[in-house]
Design a protein around this ligand. Structure first.
Ligand SMILES: C[S@@+](CC[C@H](N)C(=O)[O-])C[C@H]1O[C@@H](n2cnc3c(N)ncnc32)[C@H](O)[C@@H]1O
Length: 377
């Protein structure tokens, strides 16, 4: 029986991916909007969503939502919410905030009003004036949009992209959550050959391997709500146990990563090992210009150096020319190319992109150019 509302938040553009992930986890009644999906859940689902969501940034627990145009309204309605059901008497809590197109535009003032209201509520619930704040940590968020305040508790802690496996990253690493989305937006499946010819720290291939092995991406990290008595250690343990049981180590995967930098290849291997998929991916130091593709069918997913951050534009052009030479006549290959450079389609002359999706890698706007290949016979 569902009795709580959770909110998965994520990068704009990933609505359909996160929706599919939630549906696959069995969640129903999804309310999708830009960058977030609200869904009905139970307390037991808090660990499940945190452990399993691959493309979401975090999971929030919704405490309330109401219209507020004065500080009094914000205070009173925040105070009326059952904070004591989650925040313990010894809990340590901080308040974060944001305000978009709202009368209450000062985020700092809203945060301080919310903090006061929650403290007042806890004082009367716990019959005390003094809080030790030595216990579990809670982050309350007040988010105002169009004069509607949404009050949530962050169940994740650090962002879900922090899987715990990336010990070493390159200069322009891809967020793990975005890498997982790129793989899920492609037609790759565990039976198919996948290469990333500019793999950097290996994120795309590692996320593909986690997906293929049905490894919950959050299995090797901790979450804020693990310390919450209202969720309970038992619930977390059970979800982790189920996730460990779900791992599918059968069959061989065909995942190959290359990079011009030896250092990145060393990092990618270490990261894959830390993620538990070290033996599923072959990494090799190679310039994309020396890569020889002799297979009729396959999939390339890669994110190119952007120019803003890495290689100069001349070098990028060289890479585009190489990609064009390599795959122009290989109709059995699907090519998925993430870049901030809108000129890429002018270089890749096989066809116009089958699809283009605008995404964000951190603050950088990027395009995901998708060229679908013929299916293997
Ligand atoms: C944007 S980064 C890729 C980041 C990667 N997706 C990750 O998660 O770490 C681009 C990578 O392209 C590599 N690169 C640049 N020129 C190359 C070339 N000619 N051949 C192969 N790799 C190259 C760089 O070393 C860099 O690691």
């Amino acid at each position: 029986m569902s009795n709580i509302t959770l909110i998965a938040i994520f990068t704009f553009g990933l609505e359909s991916v996160v929706k599919r992930e939630l549906q696959a986890l069995g969640f129903k009644n999804l309310k999708v909007s830009n960058g977030k999906i609200e869904f009905e859940a139970t307390v037991q689902d808090i660990p499940v969503a945190n452990l399993w969501l691959r493309s979401a940034d975090r999971v929030l627990l919704k405490l309330g939502e109401f219209r507020a145009v004065t500080f009094d309204e914000l205070f009173e309605q925040t105070k009326s919410l059952p904070w004591e059901a989650w925040i313990t008497a010894d809990g340590k809590f901080t308040v974060t905030g944001k305000s978009i197109k709202s009368t209450l535009g000062s985020v700092r003032a809203c945060q301080s009003i919310v903090k006061k209201a929650v403290v007042e509520r806890l004082k009367s619930a716990y019959h005390t004036d003094w809080f030790a704040e030595t216990g579990p940590e809670f982050t309350v968020q007040v988010a105002l949009r169009n004069d509607v305040a949404q009050l949530t508790l962050d169940t994740s802690g650090s962002g879900l992209h922090r899987r715990g496996y990336r010990r070493q990253a390159g200069e322009a690493p891809l967020k793990e959550t975005l890498a997982a989305a790129l793989v899920q937006l492609s037609f790759w499946n565990r039976e198919r050959l996948l290469i990333d010819p500019m793999c950097g720290s290996g994120t795309i291939l590692i996320e593909a391997a986690l997906l293929a092995r049905n490894i919950a991406p959050g299995l090797n990290r901790e979450f804020a709500s693990e310390g919450w008595p209202a969720v309970g250690e038992k619930t977390w343990k059970a979800a982790r146990r189920a996730a460990r049981k779900a791992v599918d180590s059968t069959g061989e995967l065909q995942l190959f990563g290359y990079d011009i930098s030896e250092e990145m290849i060393v990092a990618a291997k270490a990261n894959a090992k830390a993620a538990g998929v070290g033996s599923d991916i072959v990494f090799e130091q190679k310039d994309i210009r020396d890569l020889w593709i002799d297979r009729q069918y396959g999939i390339v997913i890669t994110n190119a150096p952007y120019g803003i951050k890495l290689a100069d534009f001349k070098e990028m052009n060289q890479i585009y020319i190489t990609v064009n030479k390599m795959f122009r006549k290989k109709k059995g290959w699907s090519v998925y190319f993430l870049t901030a450079d809108k000129k890429f389609p002018d270089y890749f002359k096989r066809s116009r992109p089958s699809r283009v999706r605008k995404l964000y890698n951190g603050a950088i706007e990027v395009n995901y150019y998708q060229y679908f290949g013929e299916r293997p016979k």
